[in-house]
Design a protein around this ligand. Structure first.
Ligand code: UDP
Length: 466
């Protein structure tokens, strides 16, 4: 039957909008250019189903989805690290996932399982079915190199990496990285997430291939290292930049506001889907924006002392009150700035001609969206591998400025306003913008007809559809 001959891929996204979005974008390409069909099998705890549906419902009909029965996460201690929480959501769903995969294998020509960077616990299920398992690494090549390098560092040193006397390099040609800028899970060697991170390299080696959401020309040295034959990683495929293609309606209030602003004049400020700031930090940022005198669109979330756990597993609430902003801030910045509670149409904002800069937490999706639109960055990393991304953006690619928190971990208003002025209105900012424009061009080239990422995806499609 026709349906039987169409190659089918099962994709399993773990919690986190970034994971889902990049997998769906990859699915869209497979469907559109290679005639695949795709099913998303989604482990979840019921907390962010609505946001996930907003992404899934706009997809072509050859991409279907099914939510696995919700897992019960209520017995986890409140301070359970995000990485553990994500992986547990999956491992507690494995029995249901096995059943769904089996059903798919019976009703379709299932050619591969594709999981995201936390999805390796599902590898065994693919093996049971005799289907190859691939991993979509939705961060950059540099951080993937660090994953493979961590077991070596573990052998070489006994101290915490932030106390290393010298910066480290994850591959030949890597910019030097301070220990404190390495990924979050390795920052405390006593922590369970450290053991988890240490084991990830081994897990990744079990994959039939690693797809990376980046492109050759962006990180040539890192990819050279990852793609060398006989190296540690399995075959690596640079398949990016896959970014969310616009969905939100043009009638959005802040897009209309941007329409009325001068070209390249607005700073977009956002810390991603999960990033939050403390109350003090929100206020400093507000004063910094105000002091800079530059135009801005600021996506604000309610304050939280924990920069990451707060909103990752929660729905985005659009009409939260803004009690935490400094008194009179909204009135004083009226006309100059726009405050958007919780969530904004980021891709459209970044592609708008009025947008001239991005103050970002450096989540990799945000970085790619900025690159694709040629928007230079003020890097304000918060967690996960974001500090590593900030290092790459500032010292390697030189398309960003980076803020430095004081001893109390707060980035002061003075520094914020100065960074904004440097980015938006100085010779230095102009150079950053020019280099970002060059990267934008390289990103477009990667997806041209015979571009590097186009070719890698075709290569994969051929392997899967042999
Ligand atoms: N995003 C958005 N509106 C917002 C905040 C985030 O559309 O107000 C999107 C953003 O465009 C990106 C994703 O959510 O595609 C965030 O992914 P990223 O990797 O940057 O950060 P994370 O949320 O995983 O920390």
């Amino acid at each position: 039957a026709a349906a039987q001959s169409t190659p089918h891929i099962a994709m399993v996204p773990t919690p986190g909008m970034g994971h889902l979005i990049s997998l769906t974008e990859f699915a869209k390409r497979l469907v559109r250019y290679h005639n695949f069909t795709v099913t998303f099998l989604i482990p979840h705890d019921g907390s962010s189903k609505k946001s996930q549906l907003s992404v899934l419902e706009g997809l072509p009909t050859s991409i279907s989805h099914s939510f696995l029965p919700p897992t019960d996460m209520s017995n986890l201690p409140a301070d359970t690290p995000i990485e553990t929480r994500i992986i547990l959501t999956l491992t507690r769903s494995l029995t249901d996932l096995r059943e769904s995969l089996r059903a798919l294998a019976e009703s379709t020509r299932l050619v591969a399982l594709l999981v995201d960077l936390f999805g390796f616990p599902a590898f065994d299920l693919a093996a049971e079915l005799g289907v190859p398992a691939y991993l979509f690494y939705s961060c950059n090549a540099m951080s993937l190199c660090s994953v493979f390098h961590i077991p070596k560092l573990d052998q070489m040193y006994t101290c915490e990496y932030r106390d290393l006397p010298e910066p480290v390099q994850f591959f030949p040609g890597c910019v030097p990285v301070q220990g404190i800028d390495m990924i979050d899970p390795v920052q405390n060697r006593q922590d369970d997430t450290y053991k988890l991170a240490l084991g990830v390299a081994k897990q990744y080696q079990r994959a039939a291939g690693l797809l990376v959401n980046s492109f050759l020309d962006l990180e040539p040295a890192a990819f050279k290292f990852l793609m060398q034959k006989g190296g540690e990683p399995p075959p690596v495929y640079p398949v990016g930049p896959l970014i969310r293609t616009g969905l939100e309606s043009r009638s959005d209030l802040c897009l209309r506001w941007l329409d009325d602003q001068p070209n390249v004049s607005v700073l977009y400020v956002s810390f991603g889907s999960g990033g939050t700031l403390s109350l003090d930090q929100i206020r400093e940022l507000a004063f910094g924006l105000e002091e800079s005198g530059h135009r801005f669109v600021w996506v604000v979330k309610s304050p939280s002392e924990d920069s990451k756990n707060a909103t990752f597993f929660k729905e985005q609430i659009a009409d939260e009150p803004l009690w935490f902003l400094p008194e009179g801030f909204l009135e004083r910045t009226k006309g100059l700035g726009m405050v958007v509670p919780s969530w904004a149409p980021q891709v459209q904002i970044l592609s708008h001609g009025s947008t001239g800069g991005f103050l970002s937490h450096c989540g990799w999706n945000s970085v790619l969206e900025s690159i694709v639109n040629g928007v230079p960055i003020i890097a304000w990393p918060l967690f996960a591998e974001q500090r590593l991304n900030a290092v790459e953006l500032t010292t390697d690619l030189k398309v960003a400025l980076r803020v430095q928190p004081n001893e109390d971990g707060v980035v002061e208003r003075r520094q914020i306003s100065e960074c904004i002025k440097r980015l938006m209105a100085s010779e230095e900012g102009k150079m950053l913008r020019e280099r970002m424009t060059a990267l934008r061009l390289a990103a477009t080239t990667a997806f041209a007809e015979d571009g590097s990422s186009t070719k890698k995806i075709s290569e994969l499609a051929d392997i899967w559809n042999h």
